[in-house]
Design a protein around this ligand. Structure first.
Ligand code: ZN
Ligand code: ZN
Length: 246
């Protein structure tokens, strides 16, 4: 499972990050469940899901949302409609700024074949005006999964940014970046011992897809139709694995 990869819509991602190439890289790398997100937008979610049936990869789509505190959260959904609806809500909480491709990078909207169809002009890689708990509660209300992204990372990670895991923050998973390991993270942050830890690539180019991943048993290898049920089963499994690392 690699639940955190970006498409060419993210200004920091490579232009090669388009649906067929990403799905082929995931399939070849043995990734059973791929989570595809972009900063503050689900603009490429439908294209990814349209391309997905040609590949042996289950796909979740969504957004990477930055809270007002600067914490990155992944919002993952089973359908393009759900991701798009959540993206429309997030758009109302972004500052009305335009992207500067020369400074921040290009933000490409693509189709299921990987062809560029438009360029997103809004600035996407920017914080919303929503608190971290508000973002998590909204994801839950939209029947998505909420994963705190790269919780160990100094830039936009939950632990360095807030210093602790807020007790009433609803999270289906806490993601470690590729720059640490569960053992190292647990040694530094013992409060992670009871948490559903997972690890993802945060891939911004094809070669990075699946470069770190989370191993799950075969019965969790496809989210199926009831995403939040799968999320609960996954969280239980991940907590169990975390306790073995601790
Ligand atoms: Zn991030
Ligand atoms: Zn990311």
């Amino acid at each position: 499972m690699d639940l955190h990869v970006h498409t060419a819509l993210s200004p920091c991602a490579a232009a090669e990050m388009v649906p067929p190439a990403m799905l082929l890289a995931a399939e070849r790398g043995g990734v059973a469940v791929l989570g595809v997100v972009d900063h503050s937008s689900a603009g490429n979610a439908a294209a990814v899901l349209e391309a997905a049936p040609a590949f042996d990869v289950a796909v979740l789509v969504g957004l990477e949302v930055e809270s007002v505190e600067g914490v990155h959260l992944l919002a993952l959904f089973a359908t393009a409609a759900a991701a798009t609806a959540f993206g429309a809500l997030v758009a109302t909480h972004l500052p009305p700024l335009r992207n500067r491709p020369d400074l921040f990078g290009e933000q490409m909207l693509v189709n299921e074949w990987g062809e560029v169809v438009a360029e997103e002009s809004r600035l996407l890689a920017v914080a919303t005006d929503l608190g971290v708990e508000e973002v998590a509660d909204l994801i839950l209300a939209h029947e998505g999964l909420c994963v705190a992204a790269h919780v160990d990372r100094t830039a936009n990670g939950l632990l360095p940014t807030l210093g602790f895991v807020p007790p009433r923050l609803h999270l289906d998973g806490l993601e470690l970046s590729r720059f640490t390991s569960p053992a190292a993270a647990l040694a530094r942050w013992p409060e992670l011992r009871r948490q559903p830890l997972l690890q993802s690539s945060d891939a911004h180019c094809l070669a990075e897809i699946g470069c770190v991943r989370t191993l799950v048993p075969a019965e969790l290898g496809s989210p199926g139709n009831a995403l939040q049920d799968w999320g609960r089963a996954l969280a239980e499994f991940l907590k169990e694995v975390t306790s073995r690392h601790a």
